[in-house]
Design a protein. Structure first.
Length: 186
């Protein structure tokens, strides 16, 4: 940079010199003017693509809604099957107390009135889908039973089987609402 020129003037002169040195090459492009028919075809293709996209979105939404409807229907059925689960679970200790009382009374019996109440309670719960689990003599299954303890088996065939049931297990419909607490022979 020379001292008598201003930096901006020098920059302008350099830019002018560069512009003079570069040559421009004009490439002639053929005129691609489309005819009205071609324009109409292009527009038609765009619109057809939009229609196809809209149809696809619509079909996906319909399928999604159908899946949602089926899922909620299954959930509703499942809810009605197990709606009384809390009530049933709360009443199970009452049934257990009745069973213990029957065992304690032995041959004397509980009395006719108490026996009637027990049977009525049991039948009402069974009508609502409650089923007692039979465990004595069955092969121990950790999916159904909760082992409280193991004792020596009286015979070879009782090894790995339920010797005694401390607390009965129950099903509500097809679901287990309480696992049987059992004693297993070893």
């Amino acid at each position: 940079m020379t001292e008598d020129k201003h930096p901006v003037e020098e920059l302008e002169q350099n830019t002018e010199a560069t512009n003079e040195e570069t040559t421009t090459i004009d490439i002639e492009t053929p005129a691609t003017e489309s005819t009205p028919e071609e324009q109409w075809l292009q527009e038609r293709e765009k619109l057809q693509q939009q229609v196809d996209d809209s149809k696809d979105k619509y079909l996906r939404k319909v399928a999604e809604f159908e899946n949602f409807r089926k899922r909620t229907m299954r959930e509703r059925i499942e809810l009605t099957k197990t709606a009384a689960r809390d009530t049933m679970t709360a009443l199970l200790p009452v049934l257990d107390d009745f069973d213990r009382a029957k065992k304690q009374a032995g041959e004397e019996g509980l009395g006719e009135g108490i026996e009637l109440v027990h049977n009525k309670l049991l039948s009402v719960l069974q009508q609502k889908g409650l089923t007692a689990m039979e465990s004595n003599g069955e092969v121990f299954d950790p999916e159904l039973h909760e082992a409280i303890t193991e004792i020596p088996a009286a015979s070879e065939e009782m090894k790995g089987k339920v010797v005694d049931t401390v607390e009965r297990g129950y099903y509500l419909g097809e679901k287990i609402i309480r696992y049987a607490k059992v004693v297993v022979g070893k």
